[in-house]
Design a protein around this ligand. Structure first.
Ligand code: G3P
Length: 200
């Protein structure tokens, strides 16, 4: 298989919008119509259905993990495998199935990290948990974990090109949280498990 075919396959895999799929399965409203409007696990949780939110988290996480794992199994180098992870992440964020307007990529990025290096993923997950439990802001937790990802990559992988791939992923993730950052600064950001009320 060529690298282009791998990246295209990973992009399509990442494009599966699990928030929409699980919401349909559970008979819930489209998550793009309530809360933050984001098709992601945090927003699906605002529907009050924890099962649908958990399934969204698992599905979005798994597709990132699978892209990197499959690339490695197919004999691609660690750098090419991490690029496959980036392609899956970009598929989630710019999904072809939602007119290129997808999610923020947090769960998919975690899956990619878990497949690239378990230690990097654990450190980022711990940062996410620490900030989430203290602040109850999913976005602040995601932003902190994203900032930690390239640092964790440097610590556990050393200075190698895959770390730049992780940094690019973190950069896009932070950029996708621009509206969350504005709400955090304005004090209007919704907390984890908050209401479905749309935000300004
Ligand atoms: O996983 C996305 C999270 O960081 C923010 O979600 O719905 O509050 O914009 P949301």
């Amino acid at each position: 298989m060529s690298l282009i075919a791998l990246l295209l396959g990973a992009y399509l895999l990442g494009s599966i919008p699990f928030a929409i799929v699980t919401s349909k399965l559970f008979g819930l409203e489209d998550p793009r119509r309530y809360g933050s409007g984001n098709p992601g696990a945090t927003n699906v949780l605002r529907s009050g259905n924890k099962g649908a939110a958990a399934l969204t988290l698992i599905g979005d996480c798994l597709k990132g993990w699978l892209a990197v794992w499959a690339a490695s199994r197919l004999g691609f180098s660690p750098l090419e495998a991490s690029l496959a992870g980036l392609a899956a992440f970009l598929g989630h964020v710019f999904t072809v199935f939602l007119r290129f307007n997808g999610g923020k990529g947090v769960a998919t990025a975690l899956g990619v990290l878990a497949s690239v290096d378990g230690q990097v993923a654990i450190l980022c997950a711990l940062v996410w948990l620490a900030v989430a439990f203290t602040s109850r802001y999913s976005s602040a937790a995601a932003l902190s974990a994203a900032a930690a990802a390239p640092v964790a990559g440097l610590i556990f992988l050393g200075p190698q090109p895959s770390v730049l791939v992780l940094a690019a992923m973190a950069g896009v993730l932070i950029w996708r949280h621009a509206a969350n950052i504005r709400r955090l600064l304005a004090g209007t950001e919704g907390r984890i498990g908050g209401s479905k009320k749309p935000k300004a």
